[in-house]
Design a protein around this ligand. Sequence first.
Ligand code: ZN
Length: 909
Amino acid sequence: MTGRVPVEPRQRRLAGSSTRPVRTWVSLTAAVALAVSGFALQAPPSVSAQTTAPWDGNPLSAGLGPTYGEEWCEPPAAGSSIADQQGPPLALMPGAAVRCTLDRFTTEARRAGVPDRMSYSVIGRSVQDRDLYGVVVNASETPQQRRDYRRWVQLRSVMTTDPKRAQSLLADWGPDVKIPIVVEANIHGNEEEGTDAAMQVIRDLVTTPRGTDPMVDTLLDHAFLVVHPTINPDGRYAGTRANANGFDMNRDLLVQGQPEIRASITNMLKWLPPVGLTMHGYTNMIQSMTKPHNPGYEYDLILKWNQRRVDENDKDLTAIGMDVIRQVNDWNANAESEPPPVGPAYAEGWDDWGPFYTAGHASTWAVDIQTVEMCDSGPGCDGRFGSKRMQYVAFYSSARFWTAHRNALLNDQVEMFRRGLADAERVDCCDDPLVADRGFTEAEHNWTVEYPKAYVIPFDRAPAGRSRGHDAQRSDAEANRLTRWLLDNGVRVTETTRDFEWGDTTFPARSYVVWMDQPLRGLALTTLGAGQDISDRIARLYAPPGAWSPGHIWGADVVEIPRGDSTFDPRTVRVSSTNRLTGGVRGGGHADWYAVTPRGPSEVRAVLDVLRDGVDGGVAEEEFTSASAGTMPAGSLIFPSGHKAVTALRAAGMKAGFYFERGKGNKPETSNLSGVPRIAVLVDSAAPAMNDTLWSLQRIFGDDAEFVSVAAGDDSLQNAPDDPLRDFDVVYNAGQNYPAAENDTARTRLQAFFERGGGYIGTSQSANNFAFLNNADPALIDGALTQASQPAGGGIARWANTGSGGPLTGGYPSEDFLYLPTNVTYFSSVPAAATVDGRYLDDTTDMFVAGLWRDRQEEAAGAPVIAHGQTTAGSRYVAFATNPFSRGDAEREWTLMGQAAFWSDLTDE
Ligand SMILES: [Zn+2]
């Protein structure tokens, strides 16, 4: 202990904060005196004694920014949302100032004689190319600090591979080990003050000399911090909840479509912190576990820590006059904080069900990483100032609790991995008296299921010269995509060393096997299993969907092997990368032409690449026979056999892992496909912003999908001097009704587009998308195409392929899954001349695999969900009664969108 005192006086705080007590120089001196006397080595002071910073919410170190008389090292960018938020009660930190502010902390520390405690790195970049920072605060100035950090490093190196050894090390070490604490702020860009609070904490810990503040010393002795000060700098700049792609990133943890989320997850899994906070606003709420419960979580371990830490936060925040809500203890079914009724039986509105949340994903590998919602108004809050204060106190309250219990917390985190590796049976959730006394009961809250034995992601690796190999996997490229996700998320994957027979199924050699006796079995179950039908257990979710499953709604086939099935025992070896794809043009003889039916989004993209290479093809009008694969459905793509074509086909097939089949004799009847179908995404805005619809369409079609506005803006169908649709082949309607009569230019141009043979794709993103066809003048279809909807909380449904020989669903199996973002949607009416390609299964129980759908009307059973037909203008339309683009989730359905674009594009005729 150095006893060194700060060399700089406190910064003066500006008006706006004057109603709050100011930490004085005198009290700081007193604290130093206490520290020097050895008081710092005592246990943390009790709540009643916590009247000084940080417990009163005043910064321990110099306050950040103009509110405290300090200029930002990088001013807010003109036009940014932050530039408008520089006045009282709190000037918010510009995102661009994060880096130079961290550098400033280092300078301050050195000036005060404090050894370096902080490092930071760029862990990724945002959509708009802003740096994402990962900060590590870790003091190494005493032998004990160095030893205890080294011990954590040792622990980290074995905790998932040899958890028993890790637990034995912890038993030996007792409290002499550091615990990592993660803080992530600002994932919602317009919930800003978490960044300011987290940066204030960093300043405290980095610049406060040892021996000055017992709280800081204790934290630095026994913990280290991993901080993402803002994981959404684009949203912070723009003042938006979403990132620049229009995604709510706190719903992206399972899709991981956004670069910010991939960076966050990668860094979190590197450090694997057992505890942490994700800082949000503005509901005065400290997140805790509520029902419903995700069966992939070890609830006995999570509830135990979460309830106790939340109780601490409640005490500490109440002590400074802040009114805090603990939803699990305080909330009722209507998400109101007033009784009756209260308690966990009714706290459905805020849920821990969805692993698409940061906290939900983390709960598969951490014991207490949760959300803290700042205040906005109410007792003790003063707008933005109180928000920062609440996050600041919540951090110290949590960090003190976690630090005090560091050995036990680490041990329980390792216990999760131990249970996983040992394939241990599930443990009761709620035997802990503190938890049981709060009204958690086994009957109501134990949602755990026993894990299956394994999941198989078959890999075909079809050899050239044969027809489609074993046909166990619809798309090897999609099998790799899913496997890559698992590996990136720390899930262990193995593969079979030779062909393996299981019942009637042959899994080819090198098929992926995810054994469930593994450290992250909860995440593996969540990712690969279908989830549960929770409809009879709860009434509401904070946010749908009530089920999610990359194993069911992405592009690969996945097979679940039941627990205890002794017939499944293939020899497997662990893999760290995915298989090389094989493909090209099918060998074994002469070909007059080549054909392919895309079975995954990667295959659609490969076909688009062929077209971009200048090789024109065609779309088969009828079912036909190929030399190498027999019968192929209408809608398959046909390409010539010339040298240039074969070169392009071979490259595409190798890249996407599939073969173009050989055809002999006369080419089947086709419609032309010259060039890539260009997709006009119909909106009505002068300056449409990127969203999940266009983002998803661009994952398929690249830059060949673009917004086109109906009437708003100078470039719209109504106002542009040249017809914008002349450059497009297919319209994807993103929610527009047919333009009103006064928008006559837009009408004329649409009519001309359809008369040229332009395609039309409508999905349940809006009922308008189907009404559009009826409301056109003249109507584009005879008979109504009408969407019906039943209220639901989202999930996964099963449909029967009634169009397997036809131009749209020929590449799909006889039954498949689709994704319901919220409601259960279907067609209540389809024109008589339309062809139905897919219907829900005939029974509402069979059709609904997982999710929340309470009020089931029989009308949905067997109802049409995919249909196609011809318009009165001679063009083609495809109608799909669910939304495949919500949050970029349903990649399984993107193949159909590609197929719909190929088939409906007649504009080249
Ligand atoms: Zn939020």
